[in-house]
Design a protein around this ligand. Structure first.
Ligand code: F6P
Length: 489
């Protein structure tokens, strides 16, 4: 069993001669002004949930772009700061993007081209030539900042996600002995989908500059190998799961990402969470007997609209639950300068209002939308208080909300309704209630089944999921990834 301590020891023992650097676009801690005071908040991101405990265990450095309005006021002259604020244990090095760079790189190429291309949720990717230019500039900036840190040393660089597909190539051009890997946090699409990307050759060549490439599940590794077979003249070894391109070998491996099970379960028992639980009934407006919860970044891939449509169908098909069932959706806003995200926020609100009008009676109405970021104690308290957690992504690499819900469910009375199109569904295929978010009728029946399930069945399902999660925790994920890196020495 991997624990924070065993990961710490493994890193201390086996990586002592190496510089260990992680890089991602999203920074783990953001400094923001609140009036004249500066507060530090943790980013809302699956990537941060997963990697922050790993970095706390390993020390090392995390390179990311600064995004808070107070970020530049708290770093030293090398743009560095120790985090987390309450227990400084690793270095965050911030890089700075101009508005135009952020627009082209982040809002443009990363999130309007690569994001929809990889998720296949019928949102058309936009490939804009000037966005691509900014994407290259920013990837080079990341590479240069990493190179500044590793000039003479042996190092492991661990890049994160679709924002940094070119960085490995830029680093290897200057430091060929650097050991570089990338973990792809979202799905990899099938070759028929990927082939429309006008910059596909540069992206694939960039990715193949890594020594190790990780995806959540076998299916995405398989899609990647097939994509390479279709697009490049490379040797694809299906047995070894590796690709050799222009004399360089890249290993491709599945590493299902996870959460700090023990840490979350421990926190969920804390007095702060107990207190936050007491407050919940006063903060939810309509009276309820059954509480269903959704927690997401507001993103079209998360299937929030489909979830509310399924609730509509559920209340229509099973009217005995009108007046008793309330669905509470927490949505953290992100990427709001992109048109489709703005439209989504309005669309969710409009559908919720429509359904509340259709069913509302007296004080009761069924859908509560809160576009706020909860503090951590309230976040865990809601997981504990909910009877059901609804995760209905149209496509998701893993989905860590599902895993956080399981870890926080210390009473073992909650039920997880989980989209079959998430990576997590592969791990909890028998214990969660799987749904197809495109099928409102089936989804409605799953809600009914989950509510009417016996207490014993709920407990057994939750216990099994907790066991699986305890074994396959975030330390195991990181430990396995790092063990694979060490084999590359
Ligand atoms: O998990 C996928 C991901 O894109 C991460 O890379 C990212 O940190 C997270 O979702 C949140 O997205 P953003 O950083 O664009 O707010």
């Amino acid at each position: 069993m991997w624990t924070k301590r065993s990961l710490q020891e493994a890193i201390k023992d086996r990586m002592k001669d190496y510089r260990f650097i992680i890089a991602s676009n999203r920074e783990p801690y953001i400094h923001e002004y609140s009036g004249k005071k500066i507060k530090c908040v943790k980013a809302v991101s699956g990537l941060v949930i997963a990697l922050d405990p790993v970095m706390q265990a390993s020390g090392g450095m995390w390179v990311a772009s600064g995004s808070g309005d107070a970020d530049s006021d708290v770093v030293d002259k090398h743009n560095k700061i120790q985090v987390p604020p309450e227990n400084p244990s690793y270095t965050l090095k911030r890089i700075w993007l101009s508005k135009a760079e952020e627009d082209g790189f982040y809002f443009g190429y990363a999130n309007q081209a690569l994001w929809p291309l990889s998720h296949i949720t019928y949102e058309k990717p936009i490939f804009n030539a000037s966005d691509w230019e900014y994407y290259k500039i920013v990837n080079r900036r990341f590479a240069d900042n990493i190179l500044d840190e590793i000039s003479k040393e042996k190092c492991f660089v661990w890049l994160q996600d679709y924002h940094l597909t070119l960085a490995a190539k830029y680093i290897k051009d200057k430091k060929p002995d650097a050991i570089i890997s990338l973990f792809w946090h979202i799905p990899w699409p099938n070759p028929e989908v990927f082939r429309i990307c006008p910059q596909k050759r540069e992206i694939l060549e960039g990715l193949l500059s890594n020594d190790l490439l990780g995806f959540h599940i076998h299916y995405h590794c398989h899609n990647f190998l097939s994509t390479i077979e279709n697009e490049l003249e490379a040797k694809v070894d299906w047995e070894d799961l590796s690709i050799t391109y222009r004399g360089h070998k890249t290993l491709v491996r599945p590493f299902p990402i996870s959460v700090d099970y023990e840490g979350i379960a421990h926190q969920a028992r804390s007095p702060e969470v107990e207190q936050a639980m007491q407050n919940i009934p006063d903060t939810i407006d309509p009276p309820y007997e059954i509480l269903a919860l959704g927690v997401d970044r507001v993103d079209y891939t998360k299937g929030i609209v489909e979830r509310i449509r399924a609730i509509d169908r559920f209340l229509e098909k099973y009217p005995q639950y009108q007046g008793k069932f309330v669905f509470l959706q927490f949505g953290a806003l992100s990427r709001i300068h992109i048109k489709s995200y703005k439209q989504l926020i309005d669309n969710i609100q409009a559908i919720a209002e429509e359904i509340n009008w259709k069913y509302g009676k007296g004080y009761w109405y069924p859908v509560v939308i809160r576009n706020i970021r909860l503090d951590y104690a309230s976040h865990l308290a809601h997981y504990r208080a909910a009877d059901l957690c609804l995760v209905s992504s149209l496509h998701d690499g893993m989905n860590l909300v599902a895993k956080e819900f399981i870890a926080a469910n210390i009473e073992k009375k909650g039920t997880l309704i989980l989209s079959q199109f998430t990576g997590a569904a592969r791990e909890f295929s028998k214990e969660a209630i799987l749904v197809n978010p495109y099928d409102p009728d089936g989804f409605a029946d799953a809600i009914k089944y989950s509510i009417e399930m016996s207490e014993l069945e709920k407990k057994e399902r939750m216990e099994k999921m907790q066991q699986l999660l305890e074994e396959n925790n975030i330390y195991r994920w990181a430990g396995k990834f790092i063990s694979n890196l060490l084999k590359l020495e």
